[in-house]
Ligand binder design. Structure first.
Ligand code: PGA
Length: 254
């Protein structure tokens, strides 16, 4: 079974309204052929609706960068899954390493979020990844396994995860540093994640689930990353902010 690649742009806390609309329109203008990957953009909350409007009936998918696990209530400063759905999102990035390290998000919080997101009919993109210190201490697989066990606990206990759910391996040392994991380093972890999926949910789901790589993905390294058997796409930060570089990543097959 072949998995349709996904290229997702994580805009982080960048771009104003005009820049966002201009960027998404420029990307939309280049997407066409059937063999292109699925393309997703994840803008800041305040421009989700306007980006959705700019996408119109186009094929670009809209994602948010974070969410709260409750549907409503006294949670000052938070955004609920229902609000994201209303804004036109289909996907939500969860547990990005910046959320984990700067905003103290734990696996348990990410677990609650993934459950809430799926209950709302949204698709989670759950991020995992080790720090440089953890890698150098030989703890990469232990850390990845702990994050998977903790962040997807609800799905594990119910022996079910939607096959649309996406995982993203983002080694923290490769994010925004220009230092990409080698395709072999990434593949090794992706394979580990796929084996973990098989052990928890069975062969079918393990084969169907897309695992994205993230961390300094650029037009000049996407092709070799995508050549790896367990890398099904990319979560792109810096290079997703310019139409030219993001489009070249989308067109990695060209
Ligand atoms: P980067 O970010 O491509 O700028 O390294 C990736 C990410 O944080 O998702």
């Amino acid at each position: 079974m072949s998995r349709i690649p996904m290229i997702a742009g994580n805009w982080k806390m960048n771009l104003n309204r005009d820049e966002s609309v201009r960027l998404v329109k420029a990307i939309a203008g280049t997407i066409g052929p059937m063999d292109d990957p699925e393309v997703l953009v994840a803008p800041p909350f305040t421009v989700l609706s306007v980006v959705k409007e700019a996408i119109g009936q186009g094929k670009i998918l809209l994602g948010a960068q974070n969410v709260h696990w409750e549907l409503e209530g006294a949670y000052t400063g938070e955004i609920s899954p229902a609000m994201l759905k209303e804004a036109g999102c289909t996907h939500v990035i969860l547990g990005h390493s910046e959320r984990r390290s700067i905003f103290m998000e734990t696996d348990a919080m990410i677990d609650r979020k993934s459950k809430a997101v799926v209950e709302m009919g949204l698709i989670p993109i759950v991020c995992i990844g080790e720090t440089l210190e953890q890698r150098e201490a030989g703890k990469t697989f232990e850390i990845i396994q702990g994050q998977l066990d903790g962040s997807l606990r609800n799905f594990r206990e119910n022996k079910g995860m939607p096959s649309t759910a996406v995982l993203a391996y983002e080694p923290v040392w490769a994010i925004g540093t220009g230092r990409t994991a080698t395709p072999q380093q990434a593949q090794e972890v992706h394979r580990f994640v796929r084996d973990w999926l098989r052990s928890q949910f069975g062969q079918g789901l393990s084969t169907a689930t897309r695992i994205l790589y993230g961390g300094s993905v650029k037009p000049d390294n996407i092709k070799e990353l995508m050549a790896m058997p367990d890398i099904d796409g990319a979560l792109v930060g810096g290079a997703s902010l310019k139409a030219d570089s993001f489009t070249r990543i989308i067109k990695f097959r060209a």
